[in-house]
Design a protein around this ligand. Structure first.
Ligand SMILES: Nc1ncnc2c1ncn2[C@@H]1O[C@H](COP(=O)(O)OP(=O)(O)OP(=O)(O)O)[C@@H](O)[C@H]1O
Ligand SMILES: [Mg+2]
Length: 479
């Protein structure tokens, strides 16, 4: 027994209420957290609207799930309240925080109306009310005037819940006038939801749910639905409750345009490689190599590798699932097994990619690229590999002044450059805004001027006429 004299109560200060708003949710993660709740409440239809209306802009989510009675709603609005000791296998929640933290991360007011058998209950967390009027952790049970219209139900079902977030200070600039900025900030929401809830949208392994975003029904984005995708290894653990499957995508030159676009969605093709971790069928992690170690990096030649992991919600602690449901780690107890499967697939992806992109050219069997992709601050830059053996050979001839066969070699080099032009990479980099061609041209124009001047001098030494040289060099747009 603890001596009560040794105990001092320190309830949280009201300042915590504001701090909670800054947990670093992106708008798409915040909406996803709220959709989790609707799905856990067995909704079959969810409407999401994010509307710009100056300082009356709002986020509204309506579902036709089970709804809540008064005491459930009070619990739901209590920070950190864990209502269930044992979560159902399909429960996407964990911390008793998401509804509040996700909503208030985007706006200063969260209003909830929930209906069971046509009986309504309302609860409102309002930052200004808490800080300036109530000066304590207290909700209002009546809506603000601006919310009344938004609380009108659009779904005909007898039960369901409406979440309204207003005073969207994170999405609006100070004057709340810039609609372009607003819509730019929510640009990624639709695709993000299509990706992370794709199994629910498809009704694959779970009850099908129709999710509407800005009035449009979301189509699934399944990160494994590629034609000619192959499986490269599999592991099942803990009575098959955890399943790891390693996949290799077809090389991009063999992908359809639609598949290539899908492969590049959100973060770009290269950064979409790695783990796709489904927790009770909802994607928590989309790409990246988690805690697999330093030598597992998201590099170009391994971008064809994707690892599907399925875990149930009962392993949350071991997998380090965070409040925002956007992070996880591979637990120690299966780490080395998973590592074997993953490394094998990682290497296979590299082989498949290099097999397409490299040409065997030396007798020793070594490989070399003629085109090299390099990362610059502004984006990706494609350069000709100056150390390529064909170029070495031309330099060697020059040094030895032995020009027999030079023309053949030169044309061979040109062919090689043409054949291996990394067109699919450039297109996909362009689609993901990674290529910055304008800068490359600017950087190179100085260099080009020098090369042209040298060339001009050479031609003059050879006695070519000025007119001939001008025709040859000055017409080029590149200088
Ligand atoms: N749309 C909804 N329909 C029905 N019940 C809901 C809805 N949203 C929230 N709830 C109830 O409110 C509770 C609290 O939700 P909240 O998102 O804050 O925490 P959680 O889902 O339990 O855990 P996590 O913090 O991991 O999301 C839920 O457990 C659920 O009982
Ligand atoms: Mg939740």
């Amino acid at each position: 027994m603890v001596n009560t004299n040794d105990v001092l109560d320190l309830p949280p200060d009201l300042g915590l209420f504001d701090s909670i708003r800054d947990m670093g949710y992106s708008v798409e993660n915040a909406i996803a957290d709220l959709i989790d709740n609707s799905l856990a409440a067995k909704s079959t239809k969810i409407n999401i609207d994010i509307v710009f209306d100056k300082d009356r802009s709002y986020i509204r989510i309506e579902d036709n799930g089970t709804g809540m009675n008064r005491s459930c709603l009070n619990d739901a609005l209590t920070f950190g309240k864990k209502t269930k000791s044992n979560r159902e296998p399909n429960d996407l929640g964990r911390f008793g925080l998401g509804l509040k933290t996700a909503s208030l991360s985007q706006g200063k007011r969260l209003s909830v109306k929930t209906v069971i058998n046509n009986k309504e209950e309302i609860g409102v967390w309002d930052t200004d009310f808490v800080n300036n009027e109530a000066k304590r952790w207290a909700i209002k049970t009546q809506p603000f005037e601006t919310t009344i219209d938004l609380f009108k139900r659009k779904l005909p079902d007898k039960s369901g819940t409406i979440i309204v977030i207003e005073i969207l200070d994170k999405l609006l600039n100070e004057k709340a006038e810039d609609s372009d900025l607003f819509y730019k900030k929510i640009d990624a929401v639709g695709d993000h939801l299509s990706l992370i809830f794709h199994r629910y949208i498809q009704g694959y392994l779970v009850e099908k749910t129709d999710i509407f975003y800005q009035g449009q029904q979301l189509e699934p984005i399944d990160p494994f639905a590629f034609s000619k995708i192959t499986i490269k290894g599999e592991g099942k653990y803990y009575n098959n409750s955890v399943v790891v499957k390693a996949y290799i995508l077809p090389h991009e030159s063999k992908m359809s345009k639609a598949d290539l676009k899908k492969a590049s969605l959100e973060n770009g093709f290269t950064f979409n490689q790695g783990f796709y971790l489904y927790r009770t069928n909802r994607l928590i992690v989309c790409g990246g190599w988690l805690n697999m170690g330093e030598d597992m990096k998201s590099i170009e030649p391994t971008k064809l590798c994707r690892i599907m992991v399925d875990i149930p919600n009962k392993w949350d602690d071991a997998w380090g699932i965070d409040v925002k449901k956007s992070k996880a780690i591979i637990p120690n107890f299966i780490y080395s097994d998973v590592e074997k499967i993953v490394k094998n697939a990682y290497d296979s992806s590299k082989d498949r990619y290099l097999h397409r992109s490299k040409r065997k050219i030396s007798d020793t069997g070594s490989y070399s690229w003629i085109w090299e992709a390099r990362n610059s601050i502004k984006g990706k830059v494609y350069k000709i590999n100056r150390k390529h053996p064909l170029i070495d050979q031309i330099s060697e001839m020059e040094e030895k002044k032995d020009f027999v066969g030079l023309k053949k070699l030169l044309f061979g080099l040109i062919d090689h450059i043409e054949i291996n032009l990394p067109i699919t990479e450039i297109i996909s980099d362009g689609a993901m805004n990674q290529a910055d061609l304008s800068d490359v041209t600017k950087d190179n124009s100085e260099k080009l001027k020098k090369v042209t001047a040298n060339f001009r001098k050479k031609l003059m030494d050879q006695g070519k006429s000025e007119g001939f040289i001008n025709n040859l060099l000055d017409d080029t747009d590149l200088i």
